[in-house]
Design a protein around this ligand. Structure first.
Ligand code: C5P
Length: 223
């Protein structure tokens, strides 16, 4: 059972994917974390992330290793745990530019396909291009959406939870999310896009539990 969950930032992809995988005993892969980890490595290793040629030249250098346990997802770059640092503003601001470079996408896509092929019993893979490019034969494809306001409010909640400080500027968060979506949707290589055969779920008015229940039902139907 291969489940692809795509959609823009702040639609609840990660929380939903982890909960669905845990509930159904499936593995879990956060592909955004892989793009973040390679971005983090580049920032730490003097790669100019404004230069696509420099990014392309460095794309094959770090080893990126992802854990697939939905209860304890792990990610490392060259053997260093990157789970914390990949969530910083600095990485978030640079990740769209790095992930738009075809050499980066080729490398990470290959990694994702290998992990999905090796997952025993099935896997939930979340990202932007899983249903369209990485795993076009997935048994179920879900595309999550939500209003920009709901997405910004959720992201602010996460930021608050991460560093304990309140994040008050909702408008700035919404603007940053919209800019990242625009970059991710307009890039040439495998842009963020709903697959023709994906089921779209608008999560604006739904609780996490309701979204999880909806996706679990879809998986059971697809099995
Ligand atoms: O999901 P998350 O917000 O962590 O993803 C970070 C970034 O990684 C996205 O904004 C996008 O640029 C990139 N990404 C991608 N393809 C994926 C997953 C993430 O390009 N499948």
């Amino acid at each position: 059972m291969i489940v692809a969950i795509d959609g823009p930032s702040g639609t609840g992809k990660s929380s939903t994917s982890k909960a669905v995988a845990a509930q159904l005993g499936l593995s879990y892969l956060d592909t955004g974390a892989q793009y973040r980890a390679i971005t983090w490595w580049m920032l730490n290793n003097g790669v100019d992330v404004a230069d696509p040629d420099a990014i392309a030249a460095a794309a094959g250098k770090p080893s990126i290793v992802s854990g697939t346990d939905p209860l304890a997802p792990a990610i490392s770059a060259d053997g260093v745990d990157a789970s914390g640092p990949i969530r910083t503003q600095e990485v978030t601001a640079a990740v769209s530019a790095v992930s738009a470079v075809p050499e980066v996408r080729e490398r990470i896509t290959e990694l994702q396909r290998t992990i999905a092929a090796e997952a025993r019993g099935g896997i939930v893979v979340e990202g932007r291009d899983i249903g369209t490019t990485v795993l076009p034969d997935a048994d179920l494809k879900v595309f999550l959406t939500a209003s920009p306001e709901a997405r910004a409010a959720r992201r602010n909640g996460e930021l608050k939870a991460a560093d304990g400080k309140p994040v008050s500027d909702l408008a700035a968060t919404q603007q940053a999310l919209t800019a990242r979506d625009k970059a991710d949707s307009s890039r040439k290589t495998s842009p963020l896009k709903k697959a023709d055969d994906a089921v779209e779920v608008d999560t604006t008015e739904l609780t996490l539990e309701q979204v999880v229940e909806c996706v679990v039902t879809l998986v059971e139907k697809a099995a």
